[in-house]
Structures are given as C-alpha cells and as structure tokens.
Design a protein around this ligand. Sequence first.
Ligand SMILES: NC(=O)c1ccc[n+]([C@@H]2O[C@H](COP(=O)([O-])OP(=O)(O)OC[C@H]3O[C@@H](n4cnc5c(N)ncnc54)[C@H](O)[C@@H]3O)[C@@H](O)[C@H]2O)c1
Length: 348
Amino acid sequence: MRIKKVPVKKIVNKIIDECDVILLVLDARDPEMTRNRELEKKIKSKGKKLIYVLNKADLVPKDILEKWKKVFGKNTVFVIDRNIYNLNSYLEKHSDYALIIDSKEKNKNYQSLSEILDFFLENKVNRSFNIVVIGGGVLSDFVAFATSIFMRGCNLFLIPTTLLAMVDAGLGGKTAIHFNGKKNILGSFYPASKVFIDFSFLKTLPNKEIENGWSEIIKIALISKSNLRNLIVQNENLNGIISQSIQIKMEICEKDILDNNERRFLNFGHTFAHMIESYFHFSVSHGQAVAIGIRIAVFFAEYFLNISYDKDVSFLLNKLPEYSLNLSGMAREILMEFIFAGLNALVI
Ligand SMILES: NC(=O)c1ccc[n+]([C@@H]2O[C@H](COP(=O)([O-])OP(=O)(O)OC[C@H]3O[C@@H](n4cnc5c(N)ncnc54)[C@H](O)[C@@H]3O)[C@@H](O)[C@H]2O)c1
C-alpha cells in the first residue's frame, strides 16, 4: 500500500476515489477552525473513511478541552484515564463534566461497565450526547462498550493516548470487557464517529508502553505486504509508522468490519495472547502477550507446516519486544487447549 501526502487544497475527486482511508490534518490549536466541512462531506459521500490527525500538537493550549467541547457541542461527557488526568493539570478544571478512571487491564470488567453506566444515568446522558474517551485501549474498549449499549448507543469519539491504542485499539470499532476470567468475551462492534490522533500524548508514555505498542505495529507489518515494512526496516520516524499502521488497519476493517474474513489476520498471535492474559489473570500487559503470542504462532507455523520466511520477516520478528514469561506453570489441560488452539488457528 502506498501513502500519498497531498495538500488539502489539492484533494480532488480522483484522489478521494483512489484512497480507502483519508487522514486529514487539523491544527491542534484550533481543530474546529481548520476543518473543511465541504471536503469532509465529499469524502463521506463516497463512502470513504476519514481520520483526523492533530498537527502542531506541541502548541496545544491548556484549554484544549474547552476547544474540544466546542467541537463536540454542549452535551459532551469526557471519560479520561487517571494517568492522563494526573499528567495534565489543566484537565482539573474540567472535572465537572469528566469521569476520571483507573483503567487497569484487570478492571476491564462488568463492575467497571456498571460504574460507567451509573455515571451516564446520574448525568442524564441521552442519545444526543457525545461521549469522548481520552486514554489507552483498556479505557476505550470498555467505555465504548458502555456507550454502545446505553440507550442503544450514543455518539462515541476516541482520543487514543497510547501507541497501542493509536495504531490498533482505537480503530475498527471492537469494544469489550472480560467476563468470568475470559478475555474480551463480552462486547460489540461500535466504531467511533471520529478518532483524533494526537502524537503529543506519546511524550509522557513510559517506554514499556511504547514497546507494547510496537507488538501491534509489528503484527500489522507481518500480516500486510506494505510500505510499513520498509518504514520499520529503514528506522523511519515513528509518526509516519503510526500513520501507515492506521491506514492498513482501517483498510482491512473497512472490508470486513464484523471480523469474518480478512480482518481475522489482525488477530495474528492473539489466540495465544488472550489465553496467556486470562491464565495470568490480566497481570500481563496485552502488548507483552501479543509479542509472545506472535512468537508462538510463528513457531507452530515453522514446526507443523514447515513454513519458512524471508529476511524482512526475520527482521520484524527481531524487532518484537523481548519478554520472558514462565509458561511451565500452566496446567496440563490448559497447555493441551493451547496446542489445539494453535493447530486450529493454523487450519482455519
Ligand atoms: N478494540 C480493539 O480493536 C483492540 C485492539 C488491540 C488491543 N485492544 C485492547 O487494548 C488494551 C491495551 O491497551 P493499552 O496498551 O493502550 O493499555 P492501557 O489502556 O492499559 O494503557 C497503558 C498504561 O498507560 C497509561 N497511559 C495511557 N496514556 C498515557 C500517556 N499518554 N502518558 C502516560 N501514561 C499513559 C495508562 O494509564 C495505563 O497505565 C487491551 O485490553 C486490549 O485487549 C483492543
């Protein structure tokens, strides 16, 4: 897949026809002012997906939430990850219309879902409301699920703040919570009306979370024969790698939003990853589990199907973050289930 950078003025019908996903760059200092509604309408009328990227985010003024509130309108509720909230003191003055949440993987459960729904009820949220989620994949997964079932669905906007959520969790409309110890077993397909990618959030993201995001970037590069591989091999700028990953994920999801065909490639390594996460009671991060899951899937492919791969694939596998996990404690039945899942994943 090729990426074309075109000045907004030059976006003409031909270019819209050629692309499945169009990333429009808005000036973060005033996203609303830089929107080009006519162009947006044209892109949407052709059934193409539109993603906004905030530019010059370093210059974001402290009252960005005020600005976003103007963008989203007055019936807006913000749900914000506690770490993001603590890192950005200017968010404090908006706490009257914001819910601050400790979004830990092990809390992505029925109780958190119920707390969000209570908050919606208490704040008299109705279907005309905008729910804006500012946080990582854990928060967006369960708040999006709540949003999808509250009054049969409110308007959802996502502002992903982790690398993993920017390239994967914030896109494509999968929502989920864990239930009875099983990973992501309850959920819905509910794509956000808009996703805002603001690279400046990455500045405060700890290294281990950047590594977690790399697991999903490498997965996307492994399943697609695209320019993303070259960007990674040539050690290109992270923002470009993120933009390309977004395009690939969106193109795949657009073709198969309900995960019946090609979207399943995006689950590469995830059969094992989800078993590992459930087995370790969600104390292992998703990014870690995916890196290990991909390695196990590759091992199965080599061992049982005698599949060999080229040097680019070896390079990408080497770029996966290194995690060691003691799997020997896993009970025999779980290991058997694990092996059957691996074999099934190979024959499906
Ligand atoms: N819906 C999907 O399609 C999809 C795809 C992939 C993964 N997921 C889900 O995403 C989840 C993992 O998401 P994640 O990796 O974003 O984890 P996360 O949401 O738990 O965030 C990781 C940590 O980073 C903190 N954080 C977030 N943004 C920050 C910032 N800018 N600066 C400093 N700290 C920040 C959070 O508070 C948290 O402690 C998993 O539950 C996984 O199942 C969903």
